[in-house]
Design a protein around this ligand. Structure first.
Ligand code: TRP
Length: 342
């Protein structure tokens, strides 16, 4: 049986957080055997809103090193950096010529981000979701695990795929069709509510790697001391009872962290705190976070000390990715009427 193709990517624009770990990478490590997995760092997406090549380079290495430190296996999954596979830029242009200003203008992320730029909106910011569509469609992807904020982009990807299939491979979706579509139609895969990690300083919003307050976020390379300090100063709720309740989002957040990191249910974790105080919960949660983050931090640091090894992993990953991407691009180019390169 052929495995379903699962693809996801992350912007190497900041350090990864424990929220990224719980919501994404931890699950991917469990899925890499059952799915044909493709994971990459989207450095070309980062330049839509930042400049500074040395930073980007280091962050890109660090993202890949962190993926590996979390347990992604470069043999089982295809692991690479977007800019190493030129097919992404090429397909992106072709898709740009099939997308409309109207549909791309409707992307809420574009509306949010462009409003900060006044009259000088970078074109890349507008084209961002089309590049993302190319990322996905190049690999005949079936499933795209993403946060809820990216769902609209995956839907646009699906619309573009459908449009091009209808135009270039008509009949592809008829009963008993023998025409192979240009693109598989991807489905977004949103992690179910419940395991979401919230800001330690404002537990009404998501923990974010770009939060202005460093105390709000646990990074996967924080020191033991930093982790302890942040968890112990986490904003909790009034009262003193440790209860998993929506009225106590701060307490619920700490219970959730313990639950997802130890594999126990929230109710099990909660039950251990009957008659105890917030301080107990914080100390234990800090300890569990330290135990989770420490090995990741140490392994990441070790890998960052061996860029030759990382380069080797990336080279192999890009070769594997390119082979697959080139197949799709070749089929698309042929339909469009580009003369094949010999
Ligand atoms: N836009 C995604 C984000 O900001 C990152 C991304 C780029 C992505 N290309 C992708 C995610 C392809 C999934 C699949 O989180």
């Amino acid at each position: 049986m052929t495995k379903k193709i699962m693809l996801s990517a992350v912007q190497p624009s900041n350090r990864l957080t424990i929220g990224n770990y719980v919501g994404a990478v931890m699950n991917w490590t469990k899925m890499q055997k059952d799915y044909d997995c493709i994971f990459f760092a989207v450095d070309m997406h980062v330049i839509t809103n930042s400049r500074g090549s040395e930073d980007l380079k280091r962050q890109t290495y660090e993202t890949i090193a962190t993926y590996l430190a979390c347990g992604l296996d470069p043999e089982a999954a295809t692991l690479f950096v977007q800019s190493h596979v030129k097919e992404h830029a090429e397909l992106s242009w072709i898709l740009t010529c099939h997308a409309t200003m109207g549909e791309v203008s409707r992307m809420t992320q574009f509306k949010d981000k462009s409003s900060k730029h006044g009259e000088m909106i970078p074109m890349g910011l507008f084209a961002y979701p089309v590049l993302m569509a190319a990322d996905i469609l190049l690999y005949q992807t079936n499933l795209v695990p993403v946060g809820a904020d990216q769902k609209q982009h995956v839907e646009l990807t699906r619309d573009l795929a459908m449009r091009m299939n209808n135009h270039y491979t008509p009949g592809w979706n008829k009963e008993g069709a023998t025409t192979k579509p240009l693109f598989a139609l991807p489905d977004p895969w949103i992690p179910k509510e419940g395991g979401k990690i919230l800001s330690l300083q404002d537990p009404t919003k998501k923990m974010s790697k770009s939060d202005a307050d460093p105390k709000a976020t646990l990074f996967l390379n924080d020191t033991d001391k930093e982790i302890e300090k942040k968890v112990k100063s986490a904003v909790t709720d009034s009262g003193s009872e440790i209860k998993a309740s929506d009225e106590k989002p701060g307490i619920l957040n700490l219970l959730t962290l313990q639950s997802v990191l130890t594999g126990r249910t929230i109710a099990e974790v909660e039950a251990a705190y009957v008659g105890k105080q917030y301080g107990h919960l914080k100390v234990d949660t800090a300890g569990i976070c330290v135990d989770t983050i420490r090995p990741v931090r140490e392994k990441t640091a070790q890998l960052m000390g061996d860029l030759t090894y990382l380069d080797q992993v990336l080279k192999r990953g890009a070769e594997r990715a390119r082979e697959r991407a080139a197949r799709t691009l070749k089929a698309v180019s042929a339909k469009i009427g580009f003369i094949p390169t010999t």
